[in-house]
Design a protein around this ligand. Structure first.
Ligand SMILES: Nc1ncnc2c1ncn2[C@@H]1O[C@H](COP(=O)(O)OP(=O)(O)OP(=O)(O)O)[C@@H](O)[C@H]1O
Length: 332
């Protein structure tokens, strides 16, 4: 049974749009999910599916051209979208931290790692100078950076891409967050380093017990670390399930397509990857029906006419696809 007190974050029917001269871009269209304490949630989908916009919404980082049209984002039951500036400040960096694809967007090239970590600790903790120094050393050790005392004196450019991402993670952990949002944290890195960063996040999750939202376009990357996975397409959740369900019992043709388009760890090097044919829809003129229908090899007449509902295959597995619903009803 799900304990209410174990729920950390609840996204309820969130919709976010952008507005420009030509009209409305419906980036996020009514998404809902629940994240429990210490849980790792993967959000996957092609570029433009709304992964970042929905997740940045958690920290109210929607750009000025965007607007939250509807929905709630409850953190410990309190709606982030209604929080005061002060409450929001307390939340950002103290309870929820975020890391990005390119660590240089968050690290200042002009200052040493020590300076930047120290500033972050001054802001988020009551530690004195000595306490902060010990904490900085501990944080670098925690993220697997050797010789932390020497490394603290260095500038970001003196670190490799993977090491910079580790520094970013250390910075994000400086305030002991309950939730870490990792937006494509491994995309800019080569495959071996990617695996090391995922492994590090997994270790940190086990050691520190924080929840993680891991955003990626690569389903292969999240297989190891996620408890559950949300697959997004055209601003909606098209399939949600445990990691096992998404990898071994996936139902949505889009999830199938995503998996076929990424290399698997155990696949033959000669095995051909199959990219999904066609392009994601233009979100400034959303058509009726299932947004994936024009690219779907299983599309039926109803798919282009009516939007499929969220169908619960079981407690943890939900899919939004007419073909799957038809099959499930036939099997019932
Ligand atoms: N500042 C913005 N102004 C206008 N449209 C935007 C803006 N930011 C995002 N969008 C649009 O919102 C939609 C969702 O974008 P989002 O960045 O969330 O996708 P994503 O799945 O995270 O893709 P990526 O992996 O490329 O970041 C896209 O259609 C995108 O063009």
């Amino acid at each position: 049974m799900e304990e209410k007190q174990d729920v950390l974050l609840e996204m309820k029917d969130l919709s976010i749009s952008f507005y420009n001269k030509t009209g409305e871009i419906q980036a996020v269209r009514g998404i809902s999910y629940t994240l429990h304490k210490g849980e790792v949630l993967g959000i996957v989908g092609e570029s433009g599916s709304g992964k970042s916009v929905s997740s940045h919404g958690i920290l109210r980082l929607t750009p000025d051209t965007g607007k939250v049209k509807q929905g709630e984002i409850l953190f410990h039951g309190k709606d982030i979208l209604k929080m005061s500036k002060k409450e929001l400040q307390e939340l950002r960096g103290n309870k929820i931290a975020m890391i990005f694809q390119d660590p240089m967007t968050s690290l200042d090239p002009l200052f040493t790692v020590e300076y930047q970590l120290n500033e972050s600790l001054k802001k988020h903790t009551d530690l004195d100078g000595n306490g902060r120094r010990l904490r900085m050393i501990h944080l670098l050790e925690l993220v697997g950076i050797n010789q932390p005392e020497r490394r603290l004196k260095q500038y970001p450019y003196e670190f490799s891409g993977g090491m910079r991402q580790r520094v970013m993670i250390a910075m994000a952990l400086s305030c002991d967050p309950e939730l870490l949002i990792a937006d494509e944290p491994t995309t800019a890195l080569d495959v071996t380093i990617q695996a090391q960063i995922v492994e590090l996040l997994k270790e940190l999750k086990d050691k520190l017990g924080m929840a993680i939202i891991f955003i990626t376009h690569d389903l292969g990357v999240v297989s190891e670390i996620c408890d559950k996975i949300i697959v997004m397409y055209a601003g909606k959740i098209v399939e949600e399930g445990t990691s096992r369900q998404i990898f071994y019992q996936r139902c949505h043709p889009y999830t199938e397509g995503l998996l076929a388009s990424v290399p698997k760890l155990d696949s033959d090097v000669n095995e051909k990857l199959k990219p999904i044919k066609g392009n994601p829809p233009d979100m400034s003129c959303v058509k009726p029906g299932c947004a994936f229908a024009p690219r779907c090899s299983c599309a039926m007449q109803i798919c282009v006419k009516e939007e499929p509902p969220q169908y619960e295959l079981d407690d943890t597995h939900v899919v939004s696809c007419w073909q799957t619903i038809k099959k499930a009803l036939q099997d019932a």
